[in-house]
Design a protein around this ligand. Structure first.
Ligand code: F6P
Length: 544
């Protein structure tokens, strides 16, 4: 635990509170014609442009946030992260997701001397599996080549692989085109039953992805799939050898479950679950887009790591995105943040970022073990922007809540366009909507010529802050950079708030209680519960 003074006692924190009080009385429309501001609040790194000129930030606030970052020693904290210090204080270990995307010949400090070698071995193992699948040499129990791969995992063992596989589907090489990817995460059996009806056991390969290999959701689904496989072929050893791969930091549990040694791909306790898509947890991505493109994804993330480590805060994308988020959540008291990709390929990005941001920074105890009373992570949710316009944008435009937004869009359209030129128009439409919405959210009625003549229910308040992130185009490299940008944004916020973004103790109790509820529902326990729960149990039992 660190003995730093509580954050609200830092001089710059107090100063920013004063600036926030003044900013609460202003409207974003005041900044509409300020070209200087637009220049200062726009930064670029590699394939990403970040435009923050629609944030409720003026230059004194920006200076204040940068000074706050200095007072919190953000640059020192970034070094600690990347060189592998034990930044995860409650679990006393490093958070070395950046090591997963280092070049093969890089070296870390002595405490982590074996890490890069381990990472390289794991990548080599992934590479061999991908090649066997692509060349149809991975055979099922009947000798037929695998055609369907099912990833069984939840949370960090599902969101990243699913998000990136869908986002990058245009990069599937011809060699992988016969491989269909499926993802099963939910515990209830509904995703799984659809697959049981359509998959062929002879040609299906299951990846059991679980850092802990103890997550009940994943194990319940894996057990059911194993049972289903054994119903069509009763040689357990062959079924496990030909149809199940385990990916976990808990080798003993994988072995206990029955995964043969050759099919167990390790990763490590020093990778957080929600930071793990760069490890073997990313195998579904590698199978889908091939190993070369998976390495491009790693290269994009590595590019952002270097940028985060080496660039002064004033031009550092993750640092500025994080400082802006702290400003919104803590100083302006904005407790909701919408992620709005204007590209259907990024449809799983909002859910991915919900876990990344909220499981990391949904904390109320600081690194010195003190309760904190300043707001930390906002509620993060989202949807493909153009769809969200027809669902929750009404609230953003005319509701009573302040909400900050990230608009995300690729500048260039995707490859399909060359086959279907009219898709260019679709892409232009998406960009037009992206720009229009952030403009209306900023300016409200000022976007109109005749606002006074309209009835009050047709007025737009504006003053909803947003950032726009433009990607050159959506590629494995730019997606890698984008995801690493958000990982480091989250770390920046945690450093400023002095909280640990790498644990998630808050999810543990629910798992224990679910276990006891399951015993009650199965009639194996008559434990007493609270009255509201008992009432629901009664309703369920009566209708069964
Ligand atoms: O319950 C939360 C959590 O631990 C997440 O942090 C994690 O991503 C998810 O469950 C899955 O965990 P595992 O990979 O160990 O199955």
């Amino acid at each position: 635990m660190t003995s730093q003074p509580p954050r609200p006692e830092l001089p710059e924190w107090l100063h920013l509170q004063q600036l926030a009080n003044a900013m609460q009385k202003r409207h974003l429309r005041e900044f509409a014609q300020d070209t200087r501001r637009a220049r200062h609040l726009r930064v670029e790194a590699g394939p990403i442009i970040l435009d923050m000129s629609r944030q409720r930030i003026d230059l004194p606030v920006l200076d204040g946030l940068i000074r706050l970052a200095e007072q919190c020693d953000l640059p020192g904290a970034v070094q600690k992260l990347i060189r592998g210090d034990r930044v995860n204080l409650t679990e006393n270990r490093p958070a070395l997701h950046t090591a997963l995307r280092q070049t093969a010949d890089s070296a870390l400090l002595p405490e982590q001397q074996n890490i890069i070698g381990d990472v390289n071995n794991s990548l080599a193992m992934m590479s061999r599996i991908v090649e066997r699948l692509q060349t149809r040499q991975w055979l099922g129990y009947s000798g037929a080549a695998i055609s369907d791969v099912v990833n069984i995992g939840v949370g960090g063992s599902d969101h990243g692989p699913l998000m990136a596989s869908v986002a990058l589907r245009e990069f599937v090489p011809a060699e992988s085109s016969h491989l269909n990817m499926h993802f099963v995460s939910s515990i209830d059996g509904t995703q799984l039953s659809v697959l049981l009806d359509t998959l062929c056991p002879e040609t299906t390969l299951f990846l059991i992805s679980s850092k802990s290999f103890t997550t009940p959701d994943t194990l319940a689904n894996a057990n059911l799939f194993l049972k289903w496989m054994l119903e069509s072929h009763d040689n357990r050893t062959t079924v496990l050898q030909c149809h199940f791969i385990g990916i976990s930091a808990n080798d003993a549990k994988m072995q206990q479950w029955g995964i043969p040694a050759d099919n167990r791909i390790p990763f490590w306790e020093w990778v957080g679950g929600r930071y793990s898509m760069w490890s073997a947890i990313g195998l579904p991505i590698a199978i889908h887009i091939g190993m070369n493109q998976f390495r491009e994804l790693l290269a994009g993330a590595r590019f952002m790591d270097t940028h985060f480590l080496e660039t002064p805060v004033t031009a550092n994308l993750p640092a500025l995105l994080g400082l802006t988020a702290v400003w919104n959540a803590t100083f302006l008291g904005i407790s909701a943040h919408a992620v709005l990709p204007y590209d259907g390929r990024l449809k799983h990005l909002p859910a991915y970022l919900s876990q990344l941001e909220m499981e990391s920074n949904g904390k109320s105890v600081d690194n010195a073990g003190r309760s904190i009373d300043y707001p930390t992570s906002p509620i993060v949710w989202g949807e493909v922007g153009s769809n969200a316009q027809h669902t929750f944008f009404q609230l953003l435009h005319q509701g009573t809540h302040d909400v900050s937004c990230d608009f995300i869009a690729p500048i260039h359209r995707y490859r399909g366009e060359t086959h279907h030129p009219s898709l260019q128009d679709q892409h232009r439409l998406a960009l037009a909507n992206c720009l229009a919405q952030s403009r209306v959210l900023m300016l409200g009625d000022d976007c109109m010529d005749n606002s006074e003549k309209l009835p009050v229910w047709r007025h737009y308040k504006g003053n909803q802050p947003s950032s726009t992130l433009l990607l050159e185009e959506l590629t494995p490299f730019s997606l890698g950079a984008l995801i690493a940008l958000y990982e480091h944004k989250v770390y920046t916020m945690a450093v400023i708030w002095n909280i640990n973004p790498f644990d998630q103790w808050g999810v543990e109790l629910g798992k224990v209680i679910a276990d006891s509820m399951n015993s009650i529902l199965a009639g194996k326990s008559s434990a007493t519960v609270d009255a509201p729960t008992q009432q629901l149990l009664d309703a369920i039992q009566q209708s069964r």
